[in-house]
Design a binder for this molecule. Structure first.
Ligand SMILES: C[S@@+](CC[C@H](N)C(=O)[O-])C[C@H]1O[C@@H](n2cnc3c(N)ncnc32)[C@H](O)[C@@H]1O
Length: 280
C-alpha cells in the first residue's frame, strides 16, 4: 500500500511513514555517517525488505560488501529478491539482533533503522553491534521517536480519533505481546557509551503528512478497512469493543470533515532520532 494511503489512524507507530523517511536526504545522511569505502563490509541489522541495500547499492562504491540480517525469513526473501532485481550482490541471513552470527570485528560499519524499538534487550543488541564492528568503525542506530509524535485535526471528532487510534492499536499490540519501546532513540547515546561506542552525533529527521481539504472517500474506506481487519483479528473482547467504538468515531470524523469543507486540515508528524557512534 502506498505510504500516502495509510496514516496514524491505522497504526500505533507511524511505521507506514518509513517510505517517506527513506528519501535522498536520509540516504545522504547514512552515506556520510557510514562512510562506505571500496572493499568495506557494512552490516544492516533488521534489514526488512532491503530498502537500505537497494539505496546504498546505487552508490556503486567499488567492491562494497553489504550484508543484511532480519528476524523474519519472509522479509529476508523479499530483500534478496529486490536486490537481485537491481543486479546487486548482498549477503542476507535470518538472525536475531542480540545474537549476530558473525565473528568479532567482522564489519567496517554497522547500522539499523527502526529496529531497536522492537527488540527486547536493546543493550544486548548494541553490545553485539560493537562486537561485530572493527575498532574505529561507525555504528549508526536510527529509531522513530514515537513519543514525539504530533497529530492535529480541524474537527473535534478528528482529535478524538487520533487519541482513540493510539488506545486501540496500543491495546491490540499489548494483547499480542508486541514489544514497542517508543522512546528508545534518545536513550541510545548513553547506551552506546556503556557498550564501548563513542557517541559522535545525534540528528533528528521530522517526518510528516498533511492533508488540506476533505480526504477522499478512498481514504475513509481504507481507514475503516484496516480497523475492521484489526477487530477481526483481535482475540480479546475488550479490544474488539474498543475497536468498535473507534469505528463509530471514524464515521463521525468523516461527517465532520465533509462539513468543514475545503479548509479542513489534518496534520501528522513524527521524528526519527539518529545516533552516530564510533567503536573505540
Ligand atoms: C520497521 S522494520 C524496518 C526495516 C528496515 N530497517 C527499513 O528501514 O526499512 C523493523 C525490522 O526489524 C526486524 N526485527 C525486529 N526485531 C528484530 C530482532 N530482534 N532482530 C532482528 N531483526 C528484528 C523486523 O523483522 C523488521 O523487518
Amino acid at each position: 500500500m502506498p505510504a500516502a494511503s495509510i496514516d496514524a489512524l491505522t497504526s500505533p507507530t507511524l511505521k507506514h511513514l518509513r517510505e517517506r523517511w527513506w528519501n535522498d536526504d536520509f540516504t545522504e545522511f547514512l552515506t556520510e555517517t557510514l562512510r562506505p569505502r571500496p572493499g568495506n563490509r557494512i552490516l544492516d541489522v533488521g534489514c526488512g525488505e532491503g530498502i537500505a541495500e537497494v539505496r546504498l547499492g546505487r552508490l556503486q562504491v567499488s567492491q562494497l560488501r553489504l550484508f543484511g540480517v532480519d528476524l523474519m525469513i519472509e522479509r529476508v526473501m523479499v530483500a534478496r529478491h529486490e536486490t537481485a532485481a537491481h543486479n546487486q550482490r548482498v549477503g542476507f541471513a535470518c538472525a536475531e539482533a542480540s545474537r549476530l552470527p558473525f565473528c568479532d570485528n567482522a564489519f567496517d560499519s554497522t547500522f539499523c533503522v527502526a529496529v531497536l524499538q522492537h527488540v527486547g534487550d536493546v543493550a544486548a543488541a548494541v553490545r553485539e553491534f560493537a562486537r561485530v564492528t572493527s575498532p574505529g568503525g561507525r555504528i549508526v542506530a536510527v529509531e522513530p521517536d514515537n513519543s514525539a509524535r504530533y497529530a492535529y485535526s480541524a474537527t473535534p471528532a478528528g482529535l478524538r480519533a487520533f487519541e482513540m487510534s493510539a488506545r486501540f492499536f496500543g491495546a491490540l499490540a499489548a494483547s499480542r505481546g508486541d514489544l514497542i519501546d517508543a522512546k528508545v532513540g534518545p536513550r541510545l547515546p548513553a547506551l552506546f557509551a556503556r557498550c564501548g561506542i563513542e557517541p559522535l552525533d545525534v540528528r533528528l529527521f521530522p517526518v510528516s503528512q498533511t492533508r488540506l481539504g476533505v480526504p477522499s472517500e478512498d481514504v475513509w474506506k481504507r481507514r475503516r478497512a484496516v480497523v475492521e481487519q484489526a477487530i477481526d483479528e483481535a482475540q480479546a473482547d475488550a479490544v474488539r469493543a474498543l475497536g468498535q467504538e473507534y469505528l463509530d468515531l471514524l464515521t463521525a470524523y468523516a461527517t465532520e470533515a465533509r462539513a468543514a469543507g475545503p479548509s479542513f486540515v489534518e496534520i501528522q508528524n513524527t521524528m526519527l532520532f539518529a545516533t552516530v557512534g564510533q567503536k573505540t
